[in-house]
Design a protein around this ligand. Sequence first.
Ligand code: PMP
Length: 444
Amino acid sequence: MRLAGRERPAPSCSVAVRAGMVHHRGYHRPLPPRLAARPPMRDPASFIAPAYLNIGESLVRELSKLMSVPGMVSLAGGYPGPELFDRDGVREAADAALRDMPVACLQYGPTDGLPGVREAVAKLLAARGTRCSPDDVLMTGGSQQGFDLLVRTLLAPGDTAIVERPTYTGPLRVLKVAGVRTLTVGVDAHGLDVEELEALLRDPATPRPKLLYVVPTFANPSGATMPRARRLKLLALAVEHGFVIVEDDPYGQLRFDGEHEPHVAGLVDEVPGSKQWVVHLGSFSKVIAPGLRLGYTVAPPDIRRPCVLAKQLDDISSPGFTQATVQRYLAAGRLDAHLPTILGAYRERAGAMRDAIAQHLADRVDFNIPQGGMFMWGRLRDGTSTRTLLPHAIEEKVTFVPGDIYYADRADAATMRLSFSTPSPEQVREGVARIGRAIARMHA
Ligand code: PMP
């Protein structure tokens, strides 16, 4: 129906637009939706897509800023010890890469990665008992990008994923941005509780998950490692219920005591039908250097293909220079040669932390003591929130990460993550002693 002339707002300056209404000589109408939705002033801050509002700054990053405070001992960061970087080895590998593979280093390259580095990754995994073809490997900007590509290509808003409770914060945020419904399964000293997972999957009220994200070895933050039996059970559940296991393994090579567990991806031959359900994410961040920003995703063809497409949209390819450098580094045997140095240092630091915990915290905090990785996970026995403890700790000049940030739901606020990778053994001892003083101060 056409508006009568009198009702139609004249394009004059006497037309007032307030609160989504047009007001003109006794005529009051809602603005057309296109105009009503428009903010009164255009402001780039108002353009931000809803998914990216309120995803929160990473507390770990905030805490890492305190690292520059003189005298502060940081047990918060999850960074490799910077003095442990194999600077000479990386420099020589970079020189060799530029000298021998200048075009691969400097030209655009294949989205899935340089063939030579994909071969090297397949060899690296074979040495750990996981068979894959270089064709299954996709080189990524760290393991973090691998997970983002999987979520973007496999999950639509409203789909369901399962994560550990607690789990690494990166995937929690990726899933949140993607609008994915995230369910959780508890973790004990032996990692993901597969009995709880089975009960969740069997519950008819549980929406069918498409994906389960797990860090089976020296998990961030729990430090826990799943034994072989749990890994096999997880594979069997993936086959039975039809979900993709995303095995994130940035810490697996950092075992300084005990025997290696096989990758979940290394057990697929023992569980018929499971190969198509497993994706393995690896990284050079913790064993060479995170500044290289190089990791890899090993996935069945149907999953890998869309990830390559998504990566093409992201960054075309991971940097040829760092890929060629890593290829040269591995070919020169530098990883095997240097890893014992890193492991020796982490063994000493973890030992210092274990002893200091026994001395200063044993009557107040329960701890999970791992045989590798970078983290120890604790819980204040009286249930006090570690957020309450943190300001006292900062006054004592020590930082840790309050555990609640690692939960998608049912957060246990009494938990905390301590990292032993960056501080020296002396700093570890002093840092733990300061946490003991902070707890005493909090209760004073
Ligand atoms: N996964 C886990 C469990 C991590 O702890 C981290 C780093 N803190 C990452 C992935 C990210 O690793 P990358 O540098 O390979 O992206």
